[in-house]
Write a protein that binds this ligand. Structure first.
Ligand SMILES: Nc1ncnc2c1ncn2[C@@H]1O[C@H](COP(=O)(O)OP(=O)(O)OP(=O)(O)O)[C@@H](O)[C@H]1O
Ligand SMILES: [Zn+2]
Length: 898
């Protein structure tokens, strides 16, 4: 394994740094505190994280920065891997924001997984790496000062002997586990054996025999007592039957006697009922006599022949029919009388209404006549008004026509005449405006011509006046002005004449319009006068016709009133007749009431007589029933006497005694039987228990055999596991012995190489990893007793030896990480530095690909294949790395040669 490239961002003193690391020996040099160790730490941090450095994440990030990144590429067994760790501040703590490892066929995410993968890949955890490959500054004494046990652990781990120890421990644990189980099973076995012994001592079979014998005796006894009990039960039943019969007879006699008493009582009470009935009959008879007397009285009041005794049903019917006939005739008359009365008073009422109607119609006609008269008067007034208005219009028309007599036009052409004058006037005004405009223009020209002439220029063309043909123009202008002024005057006169003519024409046109309106108004007034006059005439005629109507209606009303009077008198007569007829009806009604009374009395008498018959019948029935009862009574008495004779007192006595004895025996025998059965149950339970115990004993024996077998198997397993445990132990001891021998040899070789002087003869590394250094004279020294420089060399030798052992001693590919030495020369004098250089070369020769050394020792610098300079900018306090090229390397080397 070797590093390829390390990139840093904000790692410790580095702000941003990149370094390619090559094969061979790379020496990193620079001033104290320039950041050399930090560079190596960065590689280690990339592989194993901050905890492996005994630092926190806050320690590794540049103070004051919130983010950092470290990327390491390395090659292992021909494959390239790359680890990237990114840190970020979260709150007030730095945290790993990302940690990934990528390689051929692997992508790993997460600090823990990456660390575990690296440890597996390199077969070294952080501690092993530190112990073998990375000698941190000031830690050169670590392995020397370690106890043999720590040293042993470290070296065993590196050589993978730790695994054998783990196997041995596992086998040991398995052995302990087996022992545990074995002991428990043994305890179980002895428990079963002692339980079996206890059960065997109890004599279970003898006990079972005794119990079974007793059980059969008890069963026999139960049978015997059950037979006796059955017999006693029979005797008891017989006695009970005899006694039951006796009780029955006795109760029959009793019931007969109560029947007899009841019958006697009933007969007596019925006899007394008969007495009462007889009394009732006598009373009823007396009531009939009274009714007969009353009937006589009523018949006497009625117009019936023959008196009470002579009245029969037919006579009563005849009388009733006569009354009915009489009533119906009276009712007919009454109805007729009522109808007549109603009719007459209705007629009177109607006639009165008609009279009123005629009155009101007369009133109405009078009102209409008055209305018509007043509207005739209105129309006459209107006609008069319109006529006077017409006179006024006529006079105005006459005056207008008079005006037109003097005028140049007739009515009808005045408007056209005015329009023609207006248009003449408009023409003259236009001409007037044109003449004025021309006059103004000529005057302007004249003025201009005169001013030009005064300036000596031609007034026409503005040229100098001498020789100009245009001086005559001024005279022309003046002639034109005079002409135009004459025209203007004539035009103004004409305009004034036209304006006055227009005034007259306009007033005539207005008079013409007024005349037309007046003539139209006059004809309307003519119509209106005619209308009003004819309306007045019509109204007058209407009024006289209404008055005639009113007189007629009044005469009619008088006539109707007289007729109404006559009908009212007739109605009064009719109502008198009605009253008479109603009195007649009342009389008939009371006659009929009397007839009802007679009939009622006759009915009541008949009822009383039939009641007497009924009572007599009841008396006879009761007598018959009592005869029957007397017969029953006799029969029951006979039966009672017979039963009394049947009873045998001595037999009953015996039965009573038997019953008593049997019952008491049954009580006793039940107790006895219960006791016996309880005993039998006890015995059966006990037998069950003994049998169960015997079965348990059997199963215990089986159990014991099974456990014994298991114990034997466990014992043999225990033996096997113990053997395995010892084998692992022995194997490790053997391997370790061999490793220790090799390691001791290599250590001596290396030590010889770096410290081949006269003082020390050899180093011993015993099986327990105890280190002893022997002086030439044979005295032994503890390594701690060596001087500082000696200890540093000794430690280096030990590490290189381990490294060699790793390289040679482990089957398969050894991890062979870069050998990293941080300030190894601190305690060394220059002679020993040369030896260190030899050691480094030797390690190269042994196949260590990459050796990284932090040092400012010139000799080591000279031995470098590659030189890296680390510098720290004193102002920014940030470090930077720089590779020194071949040339400068030579220069540095040459410099150091001086
Ligand atoms: N987290 C950090 N942030 C900034 N600077 C840091 C941080 N941790 C350490 N340093 C600085 O880095 C320097 C230590 O670097 P390092 O130990 O790598 O130096 P060196 O070159 O190995 O020195 P020496 O030759 O003395 O061993 C110190 O100056 C220290 O102040
Ligand atoms: Zn001119």
């Amino acid at each position: 394994m070797r590093f390829q490239r390390i990139s840093l961002q904000n790692f410790k003193p580095y702000a941003d740094a990149d370094l390619d690391l090559r094969d061979g020996v790379t020496v990193i040099h620079g001033l104290n505190g320039s950041g050399k160790s930090s560079l190596l730490e960065a590689c280690f941090f990339a592989l194993y994280g901050a905890r492996a450095l005994d630092e926190t994440l806050d320690d590794v990030v540049t103070t004051g920065e919130d983010e950092a990144e470290v990327t390491l590429s390395f090659v292992h067994e021909g494959e390239t891997y790359r680890i990237e760790r990114r840190l970020r501040r979260t709150g007030d703590r730095m945290q790993t924001a990302a940690c990934t490892l990528s390689g051929p066929d692997v992508e790993i995410d997460g600090a823990t997984d990456v660390r575990e993968f690296v440890a597996g890949l390199l077969r070294m955890d952080a501690e092993a790496f530190v112990n073998c490959a990375y000698v941190r500054q000031g830690e050169v004494n670590k392995l020397i000062n370690a106890t043999p046990a720590q040293r042993q652990d470290t070296i065993d781990d590196l050589l993978q002997l730790g695994k054998l120890e783990a196997y041995r421990e596992r086998a040991g644990q398995a052995r302990l586990g087996v022992e545990d189980v074995l002991n428990r099973k043994r305890e179980l076995l002895s428990d079963r054996e002692s339980r079996i012994e206890a059960k065997e001592e109890a004599g279970l079979h003898d006990r079972l025999n005794d119990l079974e014998t007793e059980l059969s005796t008890v069963d026999d006894e139960i049978e015997r007592f059950e037979e006796n009990r059955d017999r006693a039960e029979e005797t008891l039943a017989d006695a009970k039957e005899i006694l039951g019969d006796y009780e029955e007879t006795k109760s029959e006699i009793e019931s007969l006697e109560s029947d007899i008493a009841k019958l006697e009582e009933t007969i007596e009470s019925d006899e007394s009922t008969r007495e009462n009935l007889r009394d009732e009959i006598v009373e009823t008879r007396e009531a009939i006599d009274e009714l007969d007397a009353t009937l006589d009285d009523v018949v006497a009041e009625t117009a019936l022949d023959g008196g009470a005794s002579g009245v029969d049903t037919d006579a009563l019917e005849d009388r009733r029919d006569a009354l009915d006939a009489e009533e119906s005739s009276v009712r007919d008359d009454l109805q007729q009388a009522r109808q007549r009365q109603t009719m007459l008073s209705n007629q009177a009422e109607k006639l009165r209404e008609r009279a009123e109607e005629f009155d009101s119609r007369a009133e109405e006609a009078r009102d209409r006549a008055t209305d018509a008269e007043s509207s005739a008067e209105d129309a006459e007034a209107r006609a008069e008004n319109r006529a006077s208005e017409r006179d006024e219009v006529d006079s105005e028309i006459a005056s207008i026509r008079e005006r037109f007599g003097e005028a140049p036009v007739d009515p009808g052409s005045a408007a056209a005449h005015r329009d023609s004058i207006q248009s003449d006037l408009d023409d003259v005004r236009d001409e007037l405006a044109d003449a004025r405009a021309e006059l103004q223009t000529v005057r302007d020209r004249l003025e201009e011509a005169e001013s030009l002439r005064q300036a000596g220029k031609c007034p026409e063309c503005g040229q100098p006046v001498d020789g100009s043909p245009h001086v005559d123009a001024i005279g022309e202008y003046e002639a034109r002005i005079t002409e135009l002024q004459g025209d203007l005057e004539a035009l103004q006169e004409r305009r004034d004449a036209l304006e006055s003519e227009l005034e007259t024409a306009t007033s005539l046109a207005e008079a013409e319009t007024r005349l037309a309106n007046l003539e139209e108004r006059r004809s309307l007034l003519d119509e209106s006068v005619a209308d009003a006059e004819s309306t007045a005439e019509e109204r007058r005629a209407e009024a006289s016709s209404h008055r005639e109507d009113a007189a007629e209606f009044e005469a009619e009303a008088e006539e109707k009133r007289d007729a109404a009077e006559a009908q009212a008198d007739a109605a009064t007569e009719a109502s008198e007749r009605v009253a008479d007829l109603e009195a007649e009806l009342e009389r008939i009604e009371s006659a009929r009431d009397r007839l009802d009374r007679v009939e009622d009395l006759r009915e009541r008498i008949a009822d009383a007589e039939s009641e007497i018959d009924r009572l007599r019948e009841r008396r006879e029935t009761i007598a018959d029933r009592n005869d029957e009862r007397r017969e029953y009574l006799r029969e029951k008495r006979e039966r009672r006497d017979e039963l009394a004779a049947e009873i045998d007192e001595s037999r009953i006595q015996t039965a009573r005694e038997n019953k008593r004895e049997a019952a008491s025996y049954l009580d006793d025998v039940e107790t006895k039987l219960r006791e016996l059965r309880e005993r039998r149950d006890e015995l059966q339970n006990e037998i069950g228990g003994v049998r169960g115990s015997i079965e348990q004993l059997e199963s215990l024996r089986e159990d014991r055999d099974r456990i014994r077998e298991r114990v034997e198997r466990l014992a043999s397993l225990h033996e096997e596991v113990s053997t395995l445990e010892t084998t692992y132990g022995d194997l490790r001891a053997e391997l370790r012995r061999r490793n220790v021998e090799t390691l001791e040899r290599m250590l001596n070789e290396t030590f010889e190489l770096v410290y081949g002087n006269d003082a020390y003869s050899r180093i011993r590394l015993d099986d327990e990893y105890d280190l002893t250094v022997f002086q030439k004279d044979g005295t032994a020294l503890e390594p701690e007793q060596l001087s500082g420089g000696e200890r540093a060399l000794f430690n280096l030798s030990l590490r290189c030896a381990i490294y060699r052992l790793l390289a040679e001693g482990i089957e398969g590919s050894a991890p062979m990480p870069p050998l990293i030495l941080d300030e190894p020369t601190v305690f060394l004098d220059s002679g020993h530095v040369s030896r260190l250089v030899d050691l480094v070369e030797e390690m190269r020769r042994l196949g260590v690909n990459q050796i990284l050394i932090v040092s400012h020792d010139d000799e080591l610098v000279a031995a470098a294949d590659d030189l890296v300079t680390v510098e720290k900018d004193p102002t920014s306090n940030r470090s930077s790395v720089d590779r020194v090229g071949e040339a400068s390397l030579a220069a540095v080397t040459a410099e150091s040669d001086d």
